[in-house]
Design a protein around this ligand. Structure first.
Ligand SMILES: NC(=O)c1ccc[n+]([C@@H]2O[C@H](COP(=O)([O-])OP(=O)(O)OC[C@H]3O[C@@H](n4cnc5c(N)ncnc54)[C@H](OP(=O)(O)O)[C@@H]3O)[C@@H](O)[C@H]2O)c1
Length: 306
């Protein structure tokens, strides 16, 4: 293994997953604008390279580097880890942004944004719900990408984050991941009890959810309804973040809800621009040294996990 090419000690290095579009792309832009060297990652080489081009050529940001990353692929994670180890020997900021909706989208006729005018957030979310279908395959993919993708990338990059003097992880979460969406009181309590909770138990809880999903017992068992897989995956990711924060007190591990944002994920039904949503994530990534860890931030402000 080649020795790390020494970078200036003050140079901060960040990795952003799913950086080719939406909130992730804007997080890359804003971190780079703040003097951070950004590794913009994307699962698709062409989409990733185009995004880097957009930030470097069009926006004049020089310190943005592309690296391929498919968060559900162990070999892709290993390649990124090897690259970071050789090139920087450390990682200061990891933004786990990549995610999917965990539902199958139905085709819509009217693609214009005008249809949302006059609708409030609830009505817009209802429109999204009306235009999708929950399937077992989509639910499984949602758990694999949003929970296990985040976890596996994090675990691989932990040694590099520990090599930083101020390692930070920001898990891009959602108000859909709040425990208030769980009807099952026992589960809610368990996911909130970070002193007792373990990663093994989180695996069991997710396996239980997928079994109940397949058996058509999501509501009967008190899981969140509507976008169930997305909500359960984000709630589990929040719980994992808290467990991780406890396990690694030298790191800052936090969750950030960007707000309801106009991106492909929401079919552009959101209320905020990607710039506004990303700023709620970047604010957490760039908190002053020694700030909170194991916390949830909604729209840039610390808030409860429930
Ligand atoms: N938009 C909102 O209102 C909202 C609200 C709350 C939380 N969030 C969270 O914000 C984050 C960004 O969402 P967004 O709205 O910007 O969504 P988006 O526009 O759909 O972007 C999602 C990004 O994740 C990437 N991705 C998906 N699966 C991946 C995988 N297996 N490996 C690597 N990359 C993958 C996508 O890549 P491709 O282009 O290749 O598909 C894309 O770059 C997500 O964590 C989401 O849950 C969004």
């Amino acid at each position: 293994m080649a020795a790390a090419i020494s970078s200036p000690p003050s140079e901060r290095v960040a990795v952003v997953t799913g950086g080719n579009k939406g909130i992730g792309l804007e997080v890359c832009r804003q971190l780079a604008s703040n003097g951070v060297t950004v590794i913009l990652t994307a699962r698709d080489e062409a989409r990733g390279a185009a995004a880097v081009e957009q930030l470097t050529a069009a926006a004049g940001l020089s310190d943005v580097i592309f690296h391929q990353l498919e968060v559900t692929d162990a070999r892709s994670i290993a390649r990124l880890t090897g690259f970071l180890k050789e090139r920087f020997g450390k990682l200061d900021i990891l933004v786990n942004n990549a995610a999917i909706g965990g539902v199958q989208r139905l085709p819509v006729q009217d693609l214009s944004a005008e249809k949302f005018s006059g609708m409030d957030a609830r009505q817009r979310a209802e429109w999204m719900w009306k235009n999708c279908r929950e399937t077992c395959d989509a639910a499984k993919a949602g758990i694999q990408t949003n929970y296990y993708g985040t976890k596996n990338v994090t675990e691989a990059l932990l040694p590099l984050l520990q090599a930083s003097s101020d390692g930070r992880i920001v898990n891009v979460s959602s108000d859909f991941g709040l425990l208030s969406h769980f009807i099952n009181e026992e589960l809610k309590q368990e996911l909130n009890d970070v002193e007792k909770l373990t990663e093994e138990r989180l695996d069991e809880v997710l396996a239980m959810f997928l079994n109940d999903f397949e058996a058509g017992e999501v509501e009967a068992r008190g899981w969140p309804s509507a976008f169930a897989a997305y909500k359960v995956a984000k709630a589990a990711m929040n719980a994992y973040s808290r467990v991780l924060a406890r396990r690694h007190p030298a790191l800052r591990v936090n969750c950030a809800h960007p707000g309801y944002v106009k991106t492909d994920m929401t079919r552009h039904s959101g209320l905020l621009t990607p710039e506004e949503g990303a700023s709620n994530v970047v604010k957490v990534a760039l908190l002053p040294e020694g700030g909170p860890t194991g916390a949830f931030f909604a729209l840039g402000q610390e808030a409860p996990f429930v």
